[in-house]
Design a protein around this ligand. Structure first.
Ligand code: 6LW
Length: 529
């Protein structure tokens, strides 16, 4: 009896210790690493759903799920059909800009802009894993749209505008504009007031926006009013989030801004936002694109929000979290033995479906060459996944069935069509040749090449913050030899421009000529630890 009581006390104590340890665990930023900008989040019960921008990649707008705001798992994409997402000949960083995700009366909404075709729209579903509806188009010319449902039943479209944020009543069933667009707030004076989200709290309309542009001067600012149309009072703490200040001058994370707020089931408030990790502090290069970050929010002084204390954040966040629900880690190896590619794989623009097969040779991804090259803004034969850490190793096993010297297949690190590094296999008469080639702006150059035996090869790319090393091996011996190294910085956004991040791709091309060449990829390994 005594013993049982003792055990109960011990178990209870252990449970309390475990719970408090769980609540004190802290977490690491970014919470969604790699090219995942412009995050927007909503909560339904104790489930969180988050969406990020995807530009010229297909399918569009990845949707993530979480139970704790820290651990995220991709559950699908919002735009999976060509009819929802035309991306024909879309420029790099064209296509889909910043989305919002909202939940209202049992329905999920993703609100976004296809800047290359159609403009503003929203899609709906009752299951955020999809499928989502066809777009409902809204005839308002702008970017960064959100929808706000007021308590009186009016629905407002809230968007960016060159002079500031605009609010417009719409019919939520049809997307029809019901009244004039009204300019409500120009921000605190930073360039590009954008990324608006409206929240109603304690009788105020809070309007949070991004300012300063999406580079090193980026920030989030907030204002409030008793009316949705203003006038808005700017928060005295503005910017409530920024790293464009002395405190954050040597931080590895820069460019924080473009934020969304969510209240958790325990009453705590959180902010998701974008930021980027520089390759070296004070170096001002980033290659991973803009990523998704998380910070706690308090409302201590007169109801104004304060982000992680002083409006800056770090990689190691020593703050209480919600009870953590980690997901199983993705395996290092993708064997291509399923009937579909995982959600991490993305095409460039609407793929030509018949160029891809997971069934032609069981356990292999077959990519048929097309005349399009990686240099063009076309539906090139390519699938890629995000580079999510500076330190990684990506390896693949390739067999290339080709009969002409103009045909090539291999791996690429691509920031955009004018900035990519390619490790490729091709024929050279009756021999086989591997090449390491770069394309940087107007420069195309073969850095190194070597004759190899046969048309089967292992390719490996190893990255660190400063360099990518490109290696190859005979599949029989698996002894890797280095072909060359290239600097990461020339694929950085600061050099290449645009809004995306480096993708690690598998591709094949016949460089403008008719072709029947086929690349068979047996597996792909991606390791970051
Ligand atoms: C987006 C704008 C921005 O529409 O970058 O960071 C643009 N802010 O809000 C593209 O992601």
């Amino acid at each position: 009896m005594k013993r049982t009581k003792f055990s109960i006390v011990v178990i209870a104590l252990m449970a309390i210790v475990c719970m408090s340890v769980e609540a004190q665990t802290g977490y690491k930023n970014p919470v969604i690493p790699g090219f995942n900008p412009d995050p927007s989040v909503c909560r339904v019960g104790d489930d969180y759903y988050l969406v990020t921008s995807s530009f010229e990649y297909f399918p569009g707008l990845p949707i993530y799920h979480s139970k704790d705001l820290v651990n995220w798992k991709q559950i699908g994409h919002c735009l999976t059909r060509d009819s929802q997402l035309p991306l024909h000949q879309v420029n790099a960083s064209g296509g889909l800009f910043a989305p919002s995700i909202r939940y209202h009366e049992g329905v999920f909404y993703v609100i976004c802009t296809n800047v290359s075709a159609g403009g503003n729209f929203y899609c709906t579903t009752t299951d955020p894993a999809g499928p989502w509806s066809e777009p409902i188009w809204v005839a308002i010319d702008s970017i960064d749209p959100d929808i706000f449902w007021d308590e009186d039943g009016t629905t407002y479209f809230v968007t960016q505008g060159n002079e500031g944020i605009r609010v417009t009543p719409i019919d939520i069933k049809t997307g029809k504009v019901l009244g004039p667009e009204r300019l409500v707030w120009g921000g605190t004076g930073g360039r590009f007031p954008e990324a608006p989200h409206v929240y109603k709290k304690d009788g105020f309309y809070y309007l949070m926006i991004g300012e300063g542009g999406t580079e090193y001067m980026h920030s989030a600012t907030i204002a409030r009013s008793r009316s949705i149309y203003g006038p808005y009072d700017s928060c005295p703490l503005n910017p409530i989030l920024t790293h464009a200040n002395r405190i954050a001058q040597g931080f590895p994370i820069q460019g924080v801004g473009h934020a969304d707020l969510v209240q958790a089931q325990d009453g705590s408030w959180w902010m998701v936002f974008l930021g980027f990790r520089v390759t070296q502090v004070y170096a001002y290069y980033h290659v991973l694109g803009r990523e998704t970050y998380l910070a706690p929010v308090d409302w201590p002084t007169n109801g104004w929000p304060q982000v992680n204390g002083n409006g800056t954040i770090s990689i190691n966040m020593e703050v209480p979290t919600l009870p953590l629900h980690p997901f199983e880690k993705a395996p290092v190896r993708v064997d291509f033995d399923k009937d579909k590619l995982g959600f991490e794989w993305q095409y460039l623009r609407n793929p030509i479906r018949e160029n891809y097969s997971l069934t032609e040779r069981k356990g292999h991804l077959r990519i048929t060459a097309s005349p399009f090259t990686l240099d063009e803004t076309e539906a090139v034969s390519f699938v890629g996944r995000r580079q999510t850490e500076h330190d990684f190793t990506a390896t693949t096993s390739l067999e290339f069935q080709s009969s002409e010297d103009n045909e090539e297949a291999g791996m690429t690190l691509i920031q955009n069509n004018t900035h990519h590094y390619d490790l490729l296999l091709k024929k050279a008469g009756d021999r086989n040749l591997i090449q390491l080639r770069l394309r940087l702006g107007s420069i195309s150059f073969v850095i190194a090449e070597q004759i190899v035996d046969g048309n089967k090869i292992l390719f490996r790319i190893k990255g660190n913050p400063y360099q990518y090393a490109f290696s190859f091996a005979d599949p029989e011996t698996q002894q890797f030899a280095e072909l060359g190294r290239l600097d990461t910085r020339y694929l950085a956004t600061e050099v290449a421009g645009g809004f995306t991040g480096v993708m690690i791709g598998l591709y094949t091309s016949s460089n403008g000529k008719p072709t029947q060449a086929k690349a068979f990829y047996d597996w792909f390994d991606y390791q970051t630890e």
